[in-house]
Design a protein around this ligand. Structure first.
Ligand SMILES: Cc1cc2nc3c(=O)[nH]c(=O)nc-3n(C[C@H](O)[C@H](O)[C@H](O)COP(=O)(O)OP(=O)(O)OC[C@H]3O[C@@H](n4cnc5c(N)ncnc54)[C@H](O)[C@@H]3O)c2cc1C
Length: 403
C-alpha cells in the first residue's frame, strides 16, 4: 500500500518506520524543514509513571501511563541499539511537595504507593521492565532539610534525552528505502478520492498529492484543525498551552559538579528540572514564567515569539526553580549573555481550565491514542511523549488490521 503520514514528530516517524518495515511505501510530510523539531524535542523527556496525576481519583491516568511507559523502551529498541538507548537515560526523579501544593502530602504519598503497586503488577503481567531498569525500592522520603523543609521523595521515575532519541530515529527514517520525505510541506486537509485519499497542501500553488490507500494524521499541534478541515471536527473541549523551558549547556562544568537532582514540584503550577548526562545539559521550567499562551481554539495563532529579553525570562525561570533547588540562584546571578537557550512548544489536552484548578480535566490524561475517522483515515492524539511509541504501534496495527 501507499501510505501518507502527516507530521514527522516521534509519533509520525515511528508510524512511518513501522509501516515501511511491514512492507508498505510511506510518504512522510512535515511543515518544518527538519524532522523531530517540535514537541518531540522541546519536552523534558520524562517517561511518566503517573506520579504527577494524583488529582485523578479514578487512577486511569497513572494506569494508562504505566503501560505506555513500560512499552517505551522495547518499541524504541526496534530502531536503536540498547547501548544507544542506555546513553539517553537520566537519573530518577525526586518529587517535592511545596507548601502551597494543591493536594496534601498524605494524598500524594497514598497515590505514589498506588502507582508503585500498579507498576509492580503490570511489570509482572507484561513481563516488561520500566526503561530496562531492575525493580527499584519503593519511593523514599528524603531528609527534610534538602529543600527548605518541604517534603521530598525519591521515586522510580526517569527521563530520557529527547534529542538523543530524535537523532537515532531521524537516521533510521532517512535511511529507510520505503520512506519518502516531504519536508517543508504543510498539509491543510485530507480529501477523499474514491476509496483512497489525497493530501491537500497549503499555499497558493499547492496541489493535492496522492492517491494514498491510508492517511495518518500525527500533526499534534495542528492535528485537530486538519481533521476539522477534512470534515471531522473533534468532540469535546481542548485546552492548548504553549510552554517555554530553558536548556543550560555544560551544566556540571558551569556549576562545578553541583548539578541539581532531577526534581518535579507537585501538585500545581510549579516546575521541574532534569539533567541529561549524555551531553551535560540541564532542562528546567517554571510554570508561572514559561506558560505564555493558552487557547481553546484549534486554529493556532503564530507560534509565540521568543521574548525581546530572553535572559530576563531565563533568570525568572531559574529564580522559580530555586524554590526547590537552591543551586539555581547561582545560575540566576550569572552575567548576560546567559549560557542557556529557550525551547518551547504546544501542550494539548482535553479540558477547559488550567492545572491550578484541582478539578481540571488536565489532571486526567488517559484517553489519548488512535482514532479511525473514516475508512483509511487515522488520527493520532499522542497525549504524552511517554505514549508516543505505543500510539505508533497501535496505529499501524489498526491501519493494517494486524495485532
Ligand atoms: C514543554 C513541554 C514539556 C513536555 N514534557 C513532557 C514530558 O516530560 N513527558 C511526556 O511524556 N510528555 C511531555 N510533553 C508532551 C510531549 O512533548 C508530546 O505529547 C509529544 O512530544 C507529541 O509528539 P508528536 O510526535 O505527536 O508531536 P510533534 O513532535 O510536535 O510532531 C508533530 C509534527 O507535525 C508537524 N506538523 C504540524 N502541523 C503540520 C501540518 N499542517 N503539515 C505537516 N506537518 C505538520 C510538526 O512540524 C511536527 O514535526 C511536553 C510537551 C511540552 C511542549
Amino acid at each position: 500500500m501507499r501510505i501518507a503520514v502527516i507530521g514527522g514528530g516521534l509519533t509520525g516517524c515511528l508510524i512511518a518506520l513501522e509501516h515501511a518495515e511491514r512492507g508498505h511505501d510511506v510518504v512522510l510530510f512535515d511543515r518544518e524543514p527538519a524532522l523531530l523539531s517540535r514537541a518531540s524535542t522541546a519536552n523534558e523527556g520524562k517517561i511518566h509513571l503517573g506520579y504527577c496525576y494524583a488529582a485523578d481519583e479514578g487512577f486511569r491516568t497513572a494506569a494508562r501511563l504505566i503501560e505506555d511507559a513500560l512499552l517505551f523502551r522495547p518499541i524504541l529498541e526496534r530502531w536503536m541499539t540498547p547501548a544507544a538507548f542506555e546513553a539517553c537515560l537520566c537519573d530518577p526523579f525526586h518529587y517535592v511537595v511545596p507548601n502551597d501544593s494543591a493536594l496534601s502530602v498524605d494524598r500524594i504519598t497514598a497515590h505514589f504507593a498506588r502507582v508503585e503497586d500498579h507498576l509492580r503488577e503490570r511489570r509482572r503481567t507484561l513481563g516488561l521492565a520500566y526503561l530496562g531498569q531492575d525493580e527499584a525500592s519503593p519511593f523514599q522520603s528524603c531528609p527534610p532539610d534538602d529543600v527548605a523543609g518541604a517534603p521530598l521523595f525519591l521515586t522510580q521515575e526517569r527521563g530520557v534525552w529527547p534529542i538523543g532519541i530524535a537523532q537515532a530515529i531521524d537516521g533510521c527514517v532517512r535511511a529507510h528505502p520505503r520512506i519518502e520525505l516531504r519536508l517543508g510541506e504543510r498539509v491543510r486537509a485530507l480529501q477523499p478520492a474514491g476509496t483512497k485519499w489525497r493530501v491537500g497542501l497549503s499555499g497558493p500553488e499547492a496541489v493535492a498529492d496522492g492517491p494514498f490507500d491510508r492517511v495518518v494524521n500525527a500533526a499534534w499541534a495542528e492535528r485537530r484543525a486538519i481533521d476539522r478541515r477534512s470534515g471531522f471536527p473533534a468532540a469535546g473541549s481542548w485546552f492548548t498551552r504553549y510552554k517555554f523551558g530553558v536548556i543550560v549547556e555544560q551544566a556540571s562544568l558551569l556549576l562545578g559538579g553541583d548539578v541539581p537532582m532531577n526534581t518535579t514540584a507537585t501538585s500545581g503550577p510549579f516546575g521541574d528540572c532534569v539533567h541529561y548526562p549524555a551531553n551535560d545539559s540541564l532542562y528546567c521550567s517554571w510554570y508561572p514564567v514559561g506558560m505564555c499562551y493558552s487557547t481553546m481554539d484549534d486554529e493556532l495563532a503564530r507560534r509565540p515569539a521568543l521574548p525581546d529579553d530572553p535572559d530576563a525570562l531565563m533568570r525568572r525561570t531559574f529564580e522559580g526553580c530555586a524554590s526547590f533547588a537552591p543551586v539555581f540562584r547561582r545560575l540566576a546571578a550569572l552575567p548576560s549573555p546567559l549560557p542557556a537557550r529557550i525551547v518551547g512548544d504546544y501542550i494539548i489536552a482535553k479540558g477547559w481550565s488550567d492545572i491550578d484548578d484541582p478539578d481540571s480535566e488536565l489532571h486526567r490524561r488517559s484517553d489519548h491514542g488512535v482514532r479511525q475517522l473514516a475508512s483509511g483515515y487515522w488520527s493520532i492524539e499522542t497525549g504524552k511523549y511517554t505514549s508516543s511509541p505505543r500510539c505508533a504501534i497501535e496505529c499501524v496495527d489498526a491501519s493494517l488490521g494486524t495485532s
